[in-house]
Design a protein around this ligand. Structure first.
Ligand code: NAD
Length: 473
């Protein structure tokens, strides 16, 4: 809470929830149960620093909802971590999972440290101790609560967690499913890294396929030849740009914190990434024009604007100058409530973060399923599918007397690999979620925007599952 922001993060999530709850039929008691954080575990433990001193570490794990098991949500290492933030992020995870039909409750964890101030050895000790504290209180496990990476954590920390968990639970056959975001060698799944960016592309592509929505925005259907501006060339921004370019759109501008570049003929994200790696800046990319300020990119004339860097970058001040027809929230919280109001007045469609950037958690779900089934995706069906396709193509060629070219033959014959199945599962999840949110929005003209429709969709699903559990007779 601050003078500028009179609500804590958790309270602001509750406010968004309340705004959407008005458009549902559920009684107040059910709504209160959905909003509440079911379990909050606040812990302190000591760690011996490399210099011999002892430091007390503050850490949290919150399980917002157990309407489905296990709970799911990342672990954040940041000196900004506090209980309110972890509770807010855990509740957002409940709604995000519900929207994309991932059968988990929401969870989140945090350790209040700046990882840059600790050696790798110290970080390993902290991560392992945190895991053992979770084990002691039964706050982690493939059927209980499954963490994942978040700010300041990655594959390395997930490997320490699975190793600590497995050693404390000898013989637990599904131990690998106690955490996701692991390296492939430790039970991770192929396709996790690019999943959020790919999910952003699938979500926006589905919106662009909706004729009525495009008509209202004055756009043609499909993403082909649409102009796209992306802010942030990190994991999410890079992969969003890549999939939009491969899908036939034109990424006309890219922005990083040191500046932005523009080329109306389109930019190739990999070339820009390599240029930035070599020169230390996105600026002066061959063939592109530099923009005076990085944030100017947000105000360019384009069809689709993808903020994929930080929160609050589009607000009451600059939203009136946004010229995009669609804003796709790839980052978490890039548009403020004031920006939402401006978009509403200007007829800009804002596709909300809670659903659009759910690709990561969707693929985490696939990783967990892989761990429980103890088999790589595609291992059982790949050769069978290839043999079947070969036979089928042979029959067709014999019957028609025509043959396909080598490129087509390769595509038709190949059986699915793990990455193919993961990506097609993600595509299915994003398409279904988009259609469900749009159906909710279309069912009630009073629902003001897609963000509220997404919340309504989430509330209906969680409430239905509570009602079906028989908790509220
Ligand atoms: P990242 O650190 O890989 O990338 C962020 C990029 O934004 C960096 O390249 C950084 O230099 C750039 N940036 C910072 N300040 C900027 C500014 N003022 N203008 C332009 N660019 C700026 O992080 P990420 O994993 O890509 O995450 C980006 C956003 O997406 C965050 O809000 C994150 O919470 C959200 N998100 C990420 C995932 C995921 O799977 N990685 C999933 C869901 C949501």
């Amino acid at each position: 809470m601050s003078a500028q922001q009179p609500y804590s993060f958790f309270q602001s999530v509750e406010r968004s929830f309340n705004k959407a709850a008005k458009f549902t039929k559920w009684e107040q008691g059910i709504l209160e149960q959905i909003k509440a954080c079911n379990s909050v575990y606040q812990m302190r433990f000591p760690v011996k620093r490399d210099n011999g001193t002892i430091e007390v570490i503050e850490a949290y794990r919150v399980q917002h909802s157990q309407h489905k098991s296990p709970c799911k949500g990342g672990i954040r290492f940041s000196d900004e971590v506090n209980q309110d933030e972890v509770m807010a992020l855990a509740s957002l995870m409940t709604y995000k999972c519900a929207i994309v039909n991932v059968p988990f409750g929401g969870g989140k964890g945090g350790i209040k440290i700046n990882p840059k101030n600790y050696s790798v050895y110290e970080l390993e000790k902290i991560t392992r101790r945190y895991t053992s504290e979770l084990v002691k209180k039964n706050f982690i496990g493939p059927g209980i609560d499954v963490p994942a990476p978040d700010y300041g954590t990655g594959e390395r920390e997930m490997s320490w967690i699975v190793d600590t968990y497995s050693s404390l639970k000898p013989g637990e056959i599904d131990a690998a499913g106690c955490v996701t975001g692991k390296p492939v060698s430790q039970g991770g799944v192929r396709g996790r890294k690019g999943a959020t960016g790919l999910g952003v592309f699938y979500g926006i592509r589905e919106v662009c396929m909706m004729e009525d929505v495009m008509k209202k925005l004055g756009l043609s259907t499909g993403v082909k030849n649409k102009t796209v501006v992306v802010q942030g060339l990190g994991n999410v921004g890079y992969h969003s740009s890549k999939y939009f370019r491969e899908g036939g759109a034109k990424v006309i501008a890219l922005a990083e914190y040191e500046g932005a570049i523009m080329n109306p003929d389109g930019l190739n994200e990999e070339e820009v990434f390599q240029h930035r790696k070599t020169t230390g800046s996105i600026l002066n990319f061959p063939g592109a024009t530099n923009l005076a300020n990085s944030s100017d990119a947000l105000e360019l004339e384009c069809d689709i604007l993808i903020p994929a860097a930080l929160e609050n970058v589009i607000n009451g001040e600059n939203a009136p100058r946004v010229k995009a027809k669609i804003v796709g929230e790839a980052a978490n919280g890039p548009c403020t409530p004031e920006a939402d109001e401006v978009f509403l007045k200007k007829g800009i469609l804002c596709v909300p973060d809670m659903y659009l950037n759910a690709g990561g958690v969707t693929v985490s779900y696939f990783e967990w399923l892989k761990n429980l089934s103890h088999v790589r995706y595609g291992r059982l069906e790949k050769r069978f599918a290839e043999n079947q396709n070969t036979e089928l193509l042979q029959q067709i060629e014999t019957l028609t007397g025509k043959t396909v070219n080598e490129k087509e033959r390769k595509f038709i014959l190949q059986g699915p690999d793990e990455i193919d199945l993961v990506q097609s599962g993600l595509e299915e999840s994003m398409i279904t979620a988009t259609r469900e949110i749009m159906a909710v929005w279309n069912s009630n003209p009073e629902i003001p925007d897609m963000r509220t429709a997404a919340y309504v969709s989430a509330i209906n699903k969680v409430a239905t599952s509570y009602a079906e559990l028989g908790i509220f007779p």
